[in-house]
Design a protein around this ligand. Sequence first.
Ligand code: ADP
Ligand code: MG
Length: 729
Amino acid sequence: MDLLTPVSQLNRVGKTLEKRLRHLGIETVKDLLFYFPFRYEDYSQVVLIKDLREGMQVSVRGKVELIASKRSPRKRTIITEAVVADETGQLRAVWFGQPFIAKILKTGDAVYLSGKVTSDFFGAQMAGPAYERVKTTSSETTSPLAPLLCKERGIVDTTHTARIVPMYSVTNGITNKQLRFLLSQAMRAVGQIKEWLAEDLRDRAEVMGLAEAIKAIHFPESQDDLKHAERRLKFDELFILQLRGEMIRQAIKKSIAPKIEFKEKETKKFVDSLPFKLTKKQKIAAWEILRDLEKGEPMNRLLEGDVGSGKTVVAAMAMYNAALNGFQTALMCPTEILARQHFETLLEVLGDKVNIALLTSSQFLIHLISNSPNKISKKKIIEKIGNGEINIIVGTQALLTENVEFKNLGLVIVDEQHRFGVEQRKVLRGKMRVGEQDLSLTLSSAEEREQVPHFLSMTATPIPRSFALIVFGDLDLSIIDEMPPGRKPVKTRLVEPRHREKAYQFIREQVKQGRQAFVICPLIDVVTTDNRLQTTGTDDRKTVMAEYEKLKSKIFSDLKIGFLHGKLKSAEKQATMEQFHKGTINLLVSTSVIEVGVNVPNASVMMIEGAEKFGLAQLHQFRGRVCRSTHQSYCFLFTDSDSPKVAARLKFFEQHTSGFKVAEYDLENRGPGEVYGTAQSGMENFRLATMKDGQLIKLARDLARGINFQKYSALRDKVVEWEGRVHLE
Ligand code: ADP
Ligand code: MG
């Protein structure tokens, strides 16, 4: 038998079982070995019958004195009863609906029984225990103390009983017993599993050998053994992902990037011109970025900071320095609203120093030093980008799709990039051009020292450090986890349905004081069967259009209300946002399009319908829309769900103001897919590792950093093999 032996060649695998195994993805012995249990039953404690006590979950070893099946009088099921004895006493066992047991076990057989002990008038009993005949090779089998002696010597010769028993997730008619039986056969090939971690790496990671770990994950000899096996296998999952990130990181570092010299005098003047002092964390982040830009190798960095922590001005310092060195910056945003907003912010802080353009699929604006924004044709803008006249180009994906050629692109900044995959970053980098050069970046061509722009990604999505380490293995991290002084935390309340009127009253008062409010709904609209918008309360899904109609006609008929969602034309969205900015709209009903980065300092209330539909990280983003000035702000959550889990989540959100805290909670309780949408994190492929393995994550990252792939070529092979198998993207 070897690893590639088809399972059909194993003992007792017929056509049916072969097919069922295939459904579980198991075709070879190797597949079988890598099909891990999802939990265990610990029956390793073998006790004498006289020591059995109600409630114990244990094993006994004894002789079958009596066994018989009979039909139950009323229920018509078959009951199998047995008496098993050791030298200290008798134990009764019953099984329901398994008549064959009386054929398998015979009077006089030595057996193990494992199960939970109950007791009644007649003494100890086990209902439905796992059973297994004692293997008769050992001379000690006749002694009742044999199992205890075996245990002392660390020998476990059972598969289904008297040990830590693996439980697999089985479906379509395969039983755990069958799988365990097959695995006990497959163990003969376990020694052939190839180790891919060199010994010194295993030592540094403090993990056991791979073959040993695979054996122990199925048939652990102790809890300790199991713990070590899990550690090794989790480490493998995490380490591969880290190595993959590291390979890309090293390939990028091999390219060359423009040297952007830090212009101290000008930068200082710029910082002094700001109406506020930079926070300590802003200074550190800016320093890390500016230092990267000087190196001549491409920066590949993530700037992470809670909503409102002031990332924009840090980015502006980098863009300004690029311009001072004669290089262009492209700032890419996920939405037109955000692009427009960034364009305007940059005009404010850098408008007297550099030339800035806005280019989206529908907006073309240009600002030349000391001129106000001019609307010109798209063609003209693209021309001015091409001849280098424009220093900073703010835009959307349109920057990639339109035929934009940069004269000398030195820095690419991506704001609120919600897709995490290194793949996307690769594509993005590939599409960016410096002059005439094609920058598509592949691992193999990296040796040729291409010229690529520096890359900075910014996100306000709170991503706890350990998760960031996983999904951003290829990036360096700068984290601004400090708010500018004087910000008041948003007062957050989970509002019971019966207090809805009060919340409306509250909004009315805020509007009277000159403030504005958002109402967020999970959906755009619900179309009824006769194709009309549903506005009545029969459907409890909260929709933008239904809420808009309701608020306008019933609740706030005296206020000006607007609505916003992703299906509107960009010009419509723009017009609504402008009105909201100017304050001519009091209340804006919106979907999550509002989530990313929108800045309306005068808004003080964020009301969220169907709050359970959103991840806490996303709710936090919404909440961040209203802490943008010195006004006290409020966030009201509504839910119709009566699930205790939902209540607990929303309560946690209510009580924690840190984005990192709430994101961590969701990551641990719901997993990354739920929290960050269709995150291409690579974690989808984890079978054992989770976000709770923070220390192991960090260890994997530290070991991967700077690793020499020439020296450890097995690592590179492993990553390549892994990529071929999981098909990221
Ligand atoms: P985000 O990190 O969410 O992108 P912004 O960069 O939009 O945050 O900054 C939010 C607001 O805080 C802006 O109005 C900005 O001018 C202001 N701001 C930035 N840094 C500071 C600071 N150090 N002190 C006070 N206000 C600041
Ligand atoms: Mg921002």
